[in-house]
Design a binder for this molecule. Sequence first.
Ligand code: NAD
Length: 505
Amino acid sequence: MTTPGPRGGTVSEVSYEEWRARAGRLAPATAHRIGGADAPQSPGDAFDLVSPRDGEVLARVPAAGKDEVDRAVAAARRAFDEGPWPRMRPAERKAHLLRWADLVERDRAELALLVSLEMGKPIAEADGIELRAVINGLRWYAEIADKGLDEAPRTAPGSLALVTREPAGVVAAVVPWNFPLTMAVWKLGPALAAGCTAVLKPAEESPLSALRLAALADEAGLPPGVLNVVNGPGEVTGRALGEHPGVDVLAFTGSTEVGRHFLRYAADSNLKRVWLELGGKSPNIILPDAPDLDAAADTAAWGIFFNAGEMCTAPSRLLVHRDVADRVVERIVARASAMRVGDPLDPATEMGPLVSSRHRDRVLSYTDAGRAEGASLLVGGSAIDRPGHFVEPTVFGGVTPSMRIAREEIFGPVLSVLTFTDADEAVRLANDTDYGLAAAVWTSDLSAAHRISRALRAGTVWVNCYEEGDYSVPFGGVKLSGHGRDKSLHALDKYTDLKTTWIEL
Ligand code: NAD
């Protein structure tokens, strides 16, 4: 049974009590998935997974060292070099992926619960937004698996040229915890549809949902070794994948700092192709002629507090025209104050905890920096005194471009408000950043919307909206936000090689 959920979706009709009861009954699998089965762990490391909701240990999870990573890559290698997956009829690959999507839909509530428990996302969003994106993504890429994308251009008479998209080989996908399953599917969907095989390394904070996702792939009948999952710390497990000579493509989503590591690992190993989806410090420009100023303010507030601000695309720099700044900021502060912050398992919760105590402390170091550098704290700014890693929704006014809270990615519920007097100044401020993931502009002037969108250096520009998207449109960044695109047909470019075959007839 479902009921209407956030952002036009639906959520499972489950009460707070029932979610808690289900959480109590969970006994999640923790073993790596290698070659279609739970992998025995060689004696070695394991780590405690702590739930951000209450600070309690959820599970003890094996950490993959070099041996497990070797085994996982070997399984993916065998499945690619010798197995049926890249060789089967594309329609058959599509059928496998669709079966997988159906199983994810069957177990949607369980997967949402795992996500919510491990990384603290409100259950309504885990279920209604994340799982929806996962199921839609698997189906979207399943559907393109059998759409011929090869070419046979007319060349010289007496010859035939074929341009075929060949699967690139073994893909390692290293992903973050903020949308643990969506980020995985943004890589796995196109990679597997193209005929590649994969090793997924989830973040240390979100291993359980990824293991369950992979078990469902095996249940759907994907051949052994097509999808493997190894867990462990980035510096060990992620690095071993980055340096592995058996990996052909490394698809990464995470911080800019770790993205640099992956480029180095590739340079020092087999020059594997590295694709980077990195951080952001996205500007959200509100002009006085915004079609609906209240809607612009509400969306600005929703955008920065959604997923507790743990969003690469978070509109963390609000650039608002001086003439309307008071009205817009007052409304955002009211929204922040009214936000229902609490247990992520409560379907009424709007904002949950931050993912870990370490991350909470990092976010609080920015609220301290904002105060110390002279910004004015309008609301929030502190931890919430209850078990778990909760921080208040926070808004700083009077921010100047050189302050750390205007320049660095905070990845928490902290909004920095800057003001401007004309559109040129807004664009200058917006582009005054090392990042280039997303941006937005609110105006009723069609020409201004186009001019400003064109001037903004970002992978996505939203006009009179924020965080809108669809699998048919690409997503990714420029500058320190990375390169390459997830989603859409363009994602196939990451996981395929164009081969030219020239035949003299
Ligand atoms: P992170 O970079 O710390 O970790 C991401 C992944 O990299 C994890 O699986 C981690 O284990 C691994 N890793 C960490 N150190 C490593 C190392 N030295 N070598 C190899 N692997 C390593 O990022 P995070 O804290 O999990 O996520 C937050 C970051 O992700 C933010 O910067 C955010 O903007 C970014 N992000 C970007 C997008 C996007 O699509 N552009 C989406 C979500 C998150």
